[in-house]
Design a protein around this ligand. Structure first.
Ligand code: AMP
Ligand code: TRP
Length: 358
């Protein structure tokens, strides 16, 4: 991956800084891995400053059992590290430990517009038919996401395809803030949505995205699945009776087949074009065992390492605390400046935010 150097479109030059987040709600799936975590690791290793967050404040926009949430947060941290994120190279932490997120989130609640949020398709999907019963937090979710990113003035955000609309809103919020207060303060963040894994689909239905929250566990591969489970899920994945063609265009209308080719490409690092050319003419009876073998080879070391890390929760908590200290050292002065720009009087001695006061 080529390292992006700076964010475009504002007069101020913001140094390249990557931020992304994942909700600690249930297992990490193969979708999260290929769409997000794998690329987090590539960006970390390309030498850019990288900050990755377990967004526990986002998680509670829908009901979470408190003890499950703690476990899921630690398990997500273990999943990050087992996948190759290095707490020395990247800043890894959980959102609620850095107050700047909630603070800037409130400011953005006052910058963002109801009309903008009303267009968010994720809210519509998650709230379902009974919108009256959805939490206010679920509606304002994208404002907090903008705060996550802009509290660091991050310039690049690697995510899966489903987050594109939220990142457009982040850009709108940054631009409106800059414009309302006549400042050139926030960068206009670039989404980084690339590669074969940006939209991994359900193994049961090639038109639905693979999701932690799908009621059927057979629809997804979890990073905690053992080798037999991974192989079984791939063997039982929905497909069609036709053999694989020799080019991607010929897969038009065969969503499940296309998804398995993409997954193979995401795991192997080859392009989908190469994968289809290499497997042209195969029946799924042949292709699936090869895919299963590849998936097990790539994923089982991750699940073994996750299990090992989860044996020492104290160490995980220590790493998250250390990451949160480093994150706050960046975000607090930025939020201090925001408070000043907005016109808040800051006069308490010992206030975290007085540094930015003018
Ligand atoms: P979430 O689990 O919703 O917090 O998503 C965390 C990250 O994983 C985001 O960048 C999503 O875009 C990405 N992601 C989630 N599901 C998928 C999927 N099925 N395919 C590709 N990326 C995904
Ligand atoms: N909304 C993202 C998701 O559900 C998670 C998220 C929260 C995020 N804050 C973020 C992603 C900031 C990127 C940057 O997948």
């Amino acid at each position: 991956m080529t390292a992006p150097k700076e964010a475009p479109k504002t007069g101020a030059v913001h140094p390249a800084r990557v931020f992304s987040g994942i909700q600690p709600t249930g297992n990490l799936t193969l979708g999260n891995y290929l769409g997000a975590v794998k690329r987090f690791v590539e960006m970390q290793n390309s030498g850019i400053e990288t900050i990755y967050c377990m967004v526990d404040l986002h998680a509670i926009t829908t009901w979470q059992d408190p003890s499950d949430l703690k476990r899921a947060t630690r398990e997500l941290a273990a999943g990050f590290i087992a996948s190759g994120l290095d707490p020395k190279k990247s800043i890894l932490f959980n959102q609620s430990q850095v107050a700047a997120h909630a603070e800037l989130g409130w400011i953005f609640n006052c910058v963002s517009r109801m009309g903008w949020l009303n267009r968010m398709t994720q809210f519509k999907d998650k709230a379902g038919k009974n919108r009256e019963a959805a939490s206010v937090g679920l509606f304002a979710y994208p404002n907090l996401m903008a705060a996550d990113i802009l509290a660091y003035r991050a310039t690049h955000v690697p995510v899966g395809e489903d987050q594109k609309q939220h990142l457009e809103l982040t850009r709108d919020i940054a631009a409106k803030f800059n414009n309302d207060f006549k400042v050139d303060f926030f960068p206009i963040t670039e989404p980084v949505i690339e590669g074969a894994g940006t939209r991994v689909m359900s193994l049961r239905d090639g038109t639905k995205k693979m999701s932690k929250s799908d009621p059927s566990d057979m629809s997804r591969i979890n990073l905690t699945d053992d080798a037999d489970t991974i192989a079984k899920k791939i063997r039982k994945a929905k497909t069609d009776p036709d053999p694989l063609p020799d080019n991607l265009e010929a897969l038009e209308g065969r969503a499940e087949a296309r998804n398995l080719i993409n997954i193979y490409a995401g795991l192997s690092g080859d392009t989908p074009d190469k994968v289809i050319a290499d497997h042209a003419g195969q029946q799924f009876g042949q292709f699936k065992p090869e895919l299963a073998e590849l998936a097990v080879a790539k994923l089982s070391p991750i699940s073994a390492e996750m299990a090992r890390l989860m044996n020492d929760v104290t160490e995980i908590d220590r790493l998250l605390g250390d990451g949160a200290d480093r994150a706050a050292a960046i975000a607090d002065p930025i939020v201090a400046e925001v408070y000043d720009i907005v016109g808040m009087v800051r006069s308490r001695t010992g206030n975290r935010h007085t540094e930015g006061n003018k």
